[in-house]
Design a protein around this ligand. Structure first.
Ligand SMILES: [Zn+2]
Length: 157
């Protein structure tokens, strides 16, 4: 572990600690680029009733807003806890290069703070997952194909 990794993980844990002292869930995250914190976030689902208000997503939103780009290429995320599949996917989609976390799913499991079961479920084929997922290829007769239309507009701009 490098000094930076230790320092930024401690910062994420301190955010989580502060959040729990204010009635929130024990999760914090920071986004770092070139050795400096770009933005941070804490879990705000209890405060906002937004089920997606996880620390990593809040930090990603703040960092993207601050950087003025949906791309977080070259950024590293330090999270107090093991990122859930939603946050992991958001980090992938935004181009985050590296992620480090201090508390694992195994650390969280005794306290109901593990997302290991969701990871396991998502790894199964759609038909075997606990949530019903089905492809229903509906198209509008009154409009051009959605994706083809998007592509043709991309070509003209
Ligand atoms: Zn999450």
């Amino acid at each position: 572990m490098t000094e930076d990794q230790q320092r930024f993980l401690c910062e994420a844990i301190a955010l989580a600690q502060d959040n729990l002292e204010h009635g929130g869930r024990p999760f914090g995250a920071v986004v770092v680029r070139n050795g400096e914190v770009v933005a941070s976030g804490v879990n705000e689902i209890l405060k906002t009733n937004d089920p997606t208000a996880h620390a990593e997503l809040m930090a990603i939103r703040a960092a993207s807003s601050k950087l003025g780009s949906p791309s977080l290429a070259g950024c590293t995320v330090y999270a107090s806890g093991h990122p859930c599949p939603m946050c992991m996917a958001a980090m992938r989609l935004s181009g985050v290069a590296e992620v480090y976390y201090a508390y694992s799913n195994e650390d969280g499991a005794p306290y109901g703070l593990s997302t290991a079961a969701i990871y396991a479920d998502l790894a199964k084929p759609f038909a075997e997952q606990s949530m019903k997922i089905q492809y229903l290829p509906v198209r509008l007769d009154s409009a051009p194909d959605l994706y083809a239309e998007w592509a043709s507009r991309q070509a003209t701009t």
